[in-house]
Design a protein around this ligand. Structure first.
Ligand SMILES: C[S@@+](CC[C@H](N)C(=O)[O-])C[C@H]1O[C@@H](n2cnc3c(N)ncnc32)[C@H](O)[C@@H]1O
Length: 428
C-alpha cells in the first residue's frame, strides 16, 4: 500500500488531492511569545508585521523572509520559541491547575513542554520532561533553560522500565508519540520516500505500548493528551481504539470543534489538523481521561537541607540537588531516585574549585530588576564574548547584564571591567 492509498482509508479522493496540493505550498512560520520576558505590545513594536493567531494566546505567524527570527539574539534570550502552529495547539488543550504534576513522556526538542509552560506562566505546577534519546534530551534541556523555567526536570528514561515506581503519579501526561511523521512531509521529502505501511504498523504497536504506560502512570481523574504528526489512521484513531478496548476506565474527551479542525466520522472526539484546512503542518490530537478513585501516589517529601548559600538571588525552593559539578533547585515532590537526571530543576550554580559561578540558566530565570543595562554597542561586545570597560560603583562580584530590559547573561565585575560569562558556544 502506498502513502496516498493509505490516506484514502479515511479521507475522500478529493480531500486527499487538496491535502497533497497544500503540502507543496510554502509553509508559514510561527512562534509563541514568552510574556515573562516581554509584553505583546513591546514585541509587536520590534516586529510590527507579526500576525496574531486566531485563537491561541501569545502565538504569532511571521514571514521568515522578512524576519529571520531563528538567528535573533532574542531567541537565545528565551523571548520566544519558534514552533509550528498545529503543534502549538496540543498543549493549549490541557487545562493546567496549581499543584499539577505533569509528565511529558517523549518531549525532545521541547515544543510541547515549552508551550505548556508559556500558556500557563501564572500557575504553579511541576513537569518531568523526558526523552529516551540522550542527545535529544540534552537539546531539550537547553531549550527549556532559555525559557527561564524553574518547574521542569529533564530526564533521559525509558519509562516502560520504571513505570512501577510512578503508578498513578501524574495527573496530566503529554504523549507526543514517535511516529511516521507523514504530516511533516512538506518539510522532509526524504521521509515520504521512506514511507511504508510496515513501518506505520510497527510504530502503531510502539504507540499502543507507550499509551498503556501513560495510562498506568496517570492518576484517577487525570488527563492524557496524545498526539502524532502522522496522517495515518493506524497511528491515530486506531491506536486509541485498541487502547480503549483494554482499558475500560479510559474514555475520550471531546475537543470542541473550531474552524480549521477536521473530525473523523467514526471517532469524533479527537481532531486532525491538515495544512489544507488550517495554517500549519499536520497533527492529530486526542484527549483521554481516566475514571476511578484509586489511591494517589504519595507526593509528600522531606524538605531537603540546603548546603550552599543561595540568599543573594532570593532563591527559595524545597529541594537542592547537586549533580556532577552543578547545583539545581526544584519544588518537584517526586521520588527522583529511578530517573536519569539531565537537569534536575533550575540550574543555579557551577562549582569550580569550591567557588560558585552563577549559571546561564539563572540569568534566564531571574527578572531584570538588578541587571546592569548595556547600551547597543556594549550588547554587541557582550554577545561577541568581549570584555567591557565600565566603571560602576559596585563591589567585585557577579552581576546580570541586560539590553532593553532583557537579561543576556552574567558578567563578573572586577575593578571597572565586566568579565564576560556569555557561554562560549553562543558567542558571535
Ligand atoms: C515527535 S518527537 C517529540 C517532539 C516533542 N514532543 C516536541 O514537541 O518538541 C518524538 C520523540 O520521542 C522520543 N522517543 C521515542 N521512543 C521513546 C520512548 N520509548 N520513551 C521516550 N521517548 C521516546 C524520540 O526520541 C523523539 O524525540
Amino acid at each position: 500500500m502506498d502513502f496516498i492509498l493509505n490516506l484514502n482509508k479515511y479521507l475522500s479522493k478529493s480531500f486527499v488531492n487538496k491535502l497533497l496540493d497544500s503540502m507543496e505550498e510554502k509553509k508559514t512560520s510561527s512562534l509563541i511569545l514568552n510574556t515573562k520576558k516581554i509584553d505583546e505590545v513591546s514585541f509587536l513594536n520590534l516586529f510590527p508585521h507579526l500576525r496574531k493567531h486566531p485563537f491561541l494566546k501569545y502565538v504569532y505567524y511571521y514571514n521568515k523572509d522578512e524576519y529571520d527570527l531563528g538567528k535573533n539574539y532574542l531567541l537565545i534570550a528565551g523571548v520566544y520559541y519558534i514552533m509550528d502552529a498545529s503543534s502549538l495547539i496540543t498543549s493549549s488543550l490541557l487545562d493546567v491547575n496549581d499543584g499539577d504534576l505533569i509528565l511529558d513522556m517523549c518531549a525532545a526538542p521541547g515544543g510541547k513542554t515549552i508551550s505548556l509552560l508559556l500558556y500557563n506562566l501564572d500557575k504553579k505546577f511541576e513537569v518531568i520532561s523526558n526523552d529516551i534519546s540522550h542527545s535529544r534530551a540534552l537539546e531539550l534541556s537547553k531549550n527549556i533553560e532559555r525559557i527561564g523555567a524553574s518547574n521542569v526536570i529533564v530526564t533521559n528514561n525509558d519509562f516502560s522500565l520504571i513505570k512501577n515506581k510512578y503508578k498513578n503519579a501524574f495527573n496530566k501526561i503529554i504523549l507526543d508519540a514517535p511516529c511516521s511523521g507523514s504530516a511533516m512531509f512538506r518539510k522532509n521529502e526524504l521521509a515520504k520516500k521512506d514511507w511504508t505501511i510496515e513501518k506505520v504498523l510497527s510504530l502503531k504497536e510502539k504507540q499502543i505500548l507507550l499509551l498503556n504506560d501513560a495510562i498506568y502512570m496517570l492518576q484517577d481523574g487525570g488527563i492524557i493528551v496524545y498526539s502524532t504528526c502522522s496522517f495515518s489512521y493506524e497511528e491515530d484513531e486506531e491506536v486509541l481504539l485498541e487502547v480503549l478496548k483494554v482499558n475500560p476506565n479510559i474514555h475520550l474527551i471531546n475537543i470542541p470543534f473550531k474552524e480549521g479542525f477536521y473530525k473523523d466520522k467514526n471517532v469524533k472526539e479527537p481532531i486532525h489538523l491538515f495544512p489544507s484546512l488550517y495554517e500549519g503542518e499536520g497533527q492529530f490530537i486526542a484527549l483521554l481521561k481516566k475514571d476511578g478513585n484509586d489511591k494517589k501516589y504519595d507526593l509528600s517529601i522531606k524538605k531537603e537541607e540546603k548546603n550552599k548559600d543561595l540568599k543573594r538571588f532570593n532563591l527559595n525552593f524545597n529541594r537542592q540537588i547537586t549533580l556532577k559539578d552543578k547545583i539545581y533547585l526544584t519544588n518537584n515532590p517526586l521520588d527522583l531516585s529511578k530517573l536519569n537526571l539531565i537537569r534536575p530543576g533550575l540550574e543555579v550554580y557551577e562549582v569550580k574549585k569550591n567557588y560558585l559561578t552563577p549559571s546561564f540558566s539563572l540569568a534566564h530565570y531571574l527578572n531584570n530588576k538588578a541587571s546592569i543595562e548595556l547600551n547597543e554597542k556594549e550588547k554587541d561586545l557582550y554577545l561577541h564574548g568581549d570584555e567591557i570597560t565600565k566603571v560602576l560603583n559596585l563591589k567585585n562580584d557577579f552581576y546580570l547584564v541586560s539590553y532593553k530590559g532583557i537579561n543576556l547573561g552574567f558578567i563578573k565585575y572586577v575593578n571597572g571591567k565586566l568579565k564576560n560569562y556569555y557561554p562560549k558556544g553562543l558567542r558571535h
